[in-house]
Design a protein around this ligand. Structure first.
Ligand code: SF4
Ligand code: SF4
Length: 480
């Protein structure tokens, strides 16, 4: 059956004016960005958030300055393709571990999201951490929200200009420190700072410092909530992971509505009973994304809980119980019990445990020695006057340990197989070396023209470090 969609004339748009003669209305599809003046608030969750932010920033800015022995504790040394993490050095061959680590982080994030919504966004995401830091400076240098609004609406004055200059100066300083620290994870930061001070830093370092300075300044100073709303992919799909038992920041509509009029007429003062919300809009003013939590769960909500602290402070002042806005679940709001253990949560927890277990096992059994054997391609074999067959090989050893090692080389697989050259090979920590060796055996002992043999390496100072490679020993196809 064909369905008809009813068409109605649009009323005149006050922003555009009267209808045009052809009765069409032009409207812009672009919603102009509304500047958000975030009001500062204190409370339990803001203390938690600030503690988490300061701790994360202390780690970010502090770690490149900490040394492990004679090198930084975390150092991604790209020119030598060595990645130092605490006592361990990783090489490009270990990149599977990085993929593994990323999967574990993703599973951890999914688990937390299913359990407690967007706590990652509110308490630990670098975008939120740096944005809150920038807002903190804004508040200190330009004053509280109402003064900032008044200043921006008034003609420019000397006072406004110096405050704004100081604010942008502070933002750029933090952004520059962020850029230098970021590059400090790739090049020792002490030397980098000396190079910068003596104008001796290389161009790549300068480029990346400049890039991250600008990136931080724009993201945390200017774009702010726009990054969360329009650029972050995680913000888009994580709401799909929520279920009715997920802990989210919510307004208790049943308790709050109908709202009390903030400025009631005298005749209405004794009117019908109202809910606990006094419509003060403090919860909106403190929201870094500028939304009204009373409109229900919105994808713009980053779960920072500023509205909880704001509303709790209001409830205390009006003598009502706290928690009109609180962490709760959809089921709890509907008067049903919240289910903690549910299949989705258990599934993520199990997958996370398995991945962590596998990673730990892999690292525990990782042998810090790479060993490659290549046969000499110039000459298949050599026959000596004594009737012995000689084969040449190249051995490449990469010591992936933080200590130097001596390795004993042995060969097996044929009777009377003898090594020509040194059988003790030394490689420094993190170093790679190549040797050419030869093996010979009696021509009569060779049962076939191409015979499998094994080359074995065993560290003399750590018996757990050993490797074996298979290769082939070639001889004449016909016997004389
Ligand atoms: S609604 Fe509340 S929890 Fe969500 S972003 Fe705004 S202040 Fe933070
Ligand atoms: S802070 Fe609380 S009382 Fe004030 S408008 Fe928000 S929900 Fe209502």
């Amino acid at each position: 059956m064909t369905q008809r969609i009813p068409l109605h004339d649009l009323p005149p748009d006050p922003a555009v004016g009267q209808h045009t003669p052809s009765d069409t209305v032009s409207q812009t599809m672009y919603a102009k960005r509304r500047h958000i003046y975030v009001r500062e608030i204190s409370g339990l969750f803001q203390r938690l958030r600030r503690s988490s932010n300061w701790m994360l920033m202390a780690l970010y800015f502090g770690l490149p300055w900490v040394n492990w022995g004679d090198r930084p504790i975390i150092w991604f040394d790209l020119p030598t393709r060595e990645f130092h993490l605490f006592a361990t050095t990783f090489y490009p061959q270990d990149f599977i571990l990085l993929a593994w680590l990323l999967i574990i982080c993703a599973l951890g994030l999914f688990l937390i999201t299913v359990f407690a919504g967007r706590v990652w966004c509110g308490y630990s995401c670098p975008q939120s951490v740096w944005t809150f830091l920038f807002i903190w400076f804004e508040h200190r240098l330009e004053g509280p929200r109402h003064r900032r609004i008044r200043r921006d609406q008034s003609p420019r004055s000397v006072d406004t200009l110096w405050r704004k200059t100081a604010k942008h100066g502070a933002w750029l300083t933090i952004a520059f420190a962020t850029g230098v620290t970021f590059v400090g994870y790739f090049t020792p930061i002490r030397q980098l700072v000396i190079d910068l001070a003596t104008l001796d830093a290389n161009l790549w370092a300068l480029f990346w410092i400049g890039f991250f300075t600008l990136f931080t300044y724009l993201n945390a100073g200017w774009l702010r909530e726009q990054v969360c709303l329009h650029m972050c992919p995680y913000a888009r799909f994580q709401s799909a992971m929520f279920d009715p038992n997920t802990l989210i920041v919510s307004y208790d509509t049943a308790r709050g509505e109908p709202r009390r009029d903030r400025h009631p007429k005298a005749s209405d003062r004794e009117a019908a009973p109202t809910g606990d919300c006094i419509d003060c809009e403090l919860c909106v003013q403190v929201c870094p994304t500028g939304i009204d939590i009373r409109n229900g769960l919105q994808y713009e909500c980053i779960g920072c809980a500023a509205c909880i602290d704001a509303c709790d402070s209001v409830m205390e002042r009006v003598g009502k119980p706290r928690g009109l806005v609180r962490y709760t679940t959809e089921r709890a709001l509907a008067g049903q019990p919240t289910r903690l253990l549910r299949p989705q949560l258990l599934g993520y927890a199990a997958a996370l445990m398995v991945m962590i277990g596998l990673l730990v096992t892999f690292i525990a059994n990782r042998i810090p020695l790479e060993f490659e054997v290549t046969r000499d391609r110039q000459q298949l074999y050599e026959q000596t006057e004594e009737g012995r067959i000689l084969n040449h090989y190249s051995l490449t050893l990469r010591n992936q340990d933080s200590d130097a090692h001596h390795y004993r080389l042995t060969a097996a697989g044929l009777p009377d197989l003898t090594l020509v050259g040194a059988d003790i090979l030394e490689v420094k920590a993190g170093d790679a070396r190549t040797w050419r060796i030869a093996l010979h055996t009696d021509a009569e002992a060779l049962p076939q023209p191409s015979h499998p043999i094994e080359l074995r390496l065993q560290s003399l100072d750590d018996t757990s470090i050993r490797r074996m490679r298979e290769t082939r020993f070639l001889g004449p196809t016909t016997r004389h």
